[in-house]
Design a binder for this molecule. Structure first.
Ligand code: ME8
Length: 652
């Protein structure tokens, strides 16, 4: 593949490490990965940056809640992001952490330069502060007295702080946005930013007094303050490249795309743009603000428990099904709802039925009619031309659609080629052609075209589903990896080599059968949380290789309790009904321990109760918790303590 000598720089937000990553973070990162991979196929030298935002109040608070030193906390949590990106096959070229020295020195250098230039000044300030968003608002910004961004309560704060002279750039910024049509996409978001800029633009408070919030980069000109987390974080997009001289020399700045969620568009469009202007650097070419995912209709956020845990989803569905679903289901820029039902639907119809089937039937027929060797085309027919021109049309359209990051339209186009190829098979009827010598000549062409269409599809799909595309390439017996074939190889039809040997393999996208689908859906119905992966169930007796965070563990409320009453449940061999005192209340609990304990043995025992387990009915009787026990060789033994503890004590 020819390199085109051009550079391309794309970024995701750097994510807060106040909690573990969720599917919303994966969404932006996968979207950036798709474009990176595509641009590489086009011959660009790509630089794809992601990372973690490790300073500020949110992160400080999260560490405090866990009783951890902030640095220890961020060192631990950033790996959760890194590991997830490996699982999702994210090909980022750098992962920047704002607590790294290489980032801090650049932030300090920029602050010093701007201070020396008179772009930063000290003043006393009274304003409304939204702690979760870490932003100051003026009275007029508030909506019904609350934060205009997140709707939460704000508190009045009077403080002396340092300010960046952001307001002076208002008119210039409005002009820039108006003159550069693609600077902010989608257009609706651009209008929102212009709306925001129609009110007077205040200067930006860029410091926090250390005695209120110590977790940040100390200001180089006043040790009593740390840098405001956004001023620090936004600089990641250039600190990755080094000093100002290096940034200019790198050829990667200005960035081609900053991908962000709509929640952080203003900070990028307004804070970051004015910061760059004051530093004398050009603005990024494009800010794309995508929409917001909800889960089963509910708002997803790290502080809510209805988060879709991406590792569980990967265990259940595989990486490429999730990458495909996220990019296909919702137009980039609009909000979407993540539902397991829709995910299963996409997997079964688009991936298993359409694409998977096309691959299977093609490789099977080449196996059957040509002993697994891709034939050279022989006699042409009138059905060929529509397929060939469809493929060329698809390549052209896909290339254009990447300019607008129209992922779902790109995939729709690609699936039109999948459909056209399936129809080509129906129209040409290989099974009939195979019946005569003349037909067999024609069959060579038909099978060649099907293989070529699949090769083209593999290349077009590679940015979205790299693993599956590589598997398709391999099944077609092609030795050259997709990365080396590049987009130029699909500009012309016929790249698949006659004589290549088909590598038969298992189905790429097995259907999720109804029974399995029901099981998955049942596990996600109530809270929107994913079902436990089956692999974990099978390995009950092994130490789980899946790690949970301390936060996950702390969601389980374990309490000491005393068994007051115990009686066997009629018609059940295993169940005993218990009355358990946990200090603040008495619970009715069913335990499957009747084969191990007589009711009388249990009364007066101190046990450990899972106190926040959702009540469930067993044999028509409600159980309001679960008591902990272990078992070996089929013998059940209740958990307990070697000394008495008061009732209702939290067990950790
Ligand atoms: O804002 N739907 O970090 P953050 C879609 N550190 N995307 C979502 C999402 C959802 N429900 N939830 C999160 C920060 N995202 C700052 C950024 S950049 C210099 C500093 C994605 O951890 C989306 O990209 O809160 C959103 O903008 C980002 O995660 C916010 O991540």
């Amino acid at each position: 593949m020819q390199k085109n000598g051009k550079k391309f720089f794309i970024t995701t937000p750097i994510y807060y490490v106040n909690d573990v990553p969720h599917i919303g973070h994966a969404y932006t990162t996968i979207a950036a990965d798709v474009v990176s991979r595509y641009k590489k196929l086009e011959g660009y030298e790509v630089f794809f940056l992601t990372g973690t935002d490790e300073h500020g109040q949110k992160v400080h608070q999260a560490a405090k809640d866990l009783g951890l030193d902030a640095q220890v906390h961020v060192d631990k949590l950033n790996t959760r992001f890194k590991e997830l990106w490996v699982r999702f096959n994210i090909c980022n070229d750098d992962f920047i952490r704002t607590t790294e020295e290489r980032h801090k020195v650049i932030v300090l250098d920029i602050l010093k330069r701007l201070f020396d230039k008179g772009e930063i000044y000290k003043a006393s300030y009274e304003g409304w502060y939204c702690t979760p968003d870490e932003r100051f608002w003026t009275e007029k910004d508030l909506v019904n007295g609350n934060c205009p961004e997140c709707g939460r309560k704000v508190e009045k704060i009077t403080e002396t702080n340092y300010f960046f002279k952001m307001g002076q750039y208002q008119d210039w910024l409005i002009e820039h946005i108006k003159n550069n049509e693609n600077f902010i996409q989608p257009a609706s978001r651009k209008n929102e930013v212009l709306g925001f800029l129609s009110k007077p633009l205040e200067d930006l408070c860029i410091s926090r007094p250390k005695d209120r919030m110590p977790w940040g980069i100390p200001l180089p000109f006043d040790d009593d303050y740390v840098t405001y987390v956004w001023f620090d974080a936004l600089i990641n997009y250039i600190s990755t490249l080094g000093t100002l001289d290096k940034i200019k020399a790198s050829g990667f700045w200005p960035a081609d795309h900053h991908l962000v969620g709509k929640d952080i568009l203003t900070t990028h469009a307004v804070y970051w743009s004015t910061m760059l202007k004051s530093m004398g650097l050009p603005l990024a070419k494009n800010l794309f603000a995508h929409g917001w995912w909800t889960v089963n209709g509910q708002k997803m956020s790290k502080s809510l428990f209805n988060v879709v845990e991406p590792n569980h989803l990967i265990d259940q569905f595989g990486v490429d099904t999730i990458r495909y679903f996220l990019m296909r289901e919702v137009p980039f820029g609009l909000d979407g709802d993540f539902s397991h039902k829709a995910l299963i639907g996409r997997r079964n119809s688009d991936l298993a039925n359409n694409l998977g089937n096309l691959l299977n039937r093609t490789t099977n027929m080449i196996q059957k009619y040509f002993e697994g060797t891709i034939p050279a085309p022989a006699t042409s027919g009138e059905e060929d031309e529509p397929l060939l021109s469809k493929a060329q049309e698809t390549v052209t359209r896909v290339r254009t659609l990447y300019n607008d990051l129209a992922y779902n339209k790109i995939l729709t186009e690609i699936w039109e080629l999948v459909d056209a190829t399936n129809q080509y098979i129906v129209k040409t009827g290989p099974w009939n052609l195979a019946k005569s010598d003349e037909g067999k000549e024609r069959l060579k062409t038909v099978m060649h075209h099907c293989a070529e269409s699949l090769r083209t599809l593999a290349i077009l799909l590679y940015p979205f589903m790299p693993e599956s595309a590589a598997a398709m390439n391999q099944q077609l017996g092609i030795d050259t990896p997709i990365e080396e074939q590049g987009m130029e190889s699909v500009e012309k039809w016929g790249g698949v080599k006659p004589g290549s040997k088909i590598q038969a393999s298992s189905q790429l996208f097995p259907r999720i059968e109804d029974k399995e689908a029901d099981k998955i859906l049942q596990g996600t119905q109530v809270s929107g949380e994913p079902a436990k992966p089956q692999a974990a169930e099978k390995k009950q007796d092994e130490v789980s290789s899946e790690q949970v965070t301390i936060e996950d563990f702390m969601k389980i409320d374990l309490r000491t309790g005393k068994i007051l009453e115990a009686e066997k449940v009629k018609k059940s061999k295993k169940l005993i009904k218990l009355k358990v005192d946990i200090g603040s209340e008495t619970r009715q609990v069913l335990a499957g321990i009747a084969e191990a304990y007589e009711p009388d043995q249990l009364i007066g025992r101190t046990i450990i109760l899972v106190a926040n387990l959702k009540p469930a009915k067993l044999m028509g009787i409600e159980s309001q918790g679960m008591i902990l026990a272990g078992s070996a060789d089929g013998k059940i033994i209740l958990g307990g303590f070697d000394q008495e503890l008061p009732l209702g004590v939290r067990v950790r």
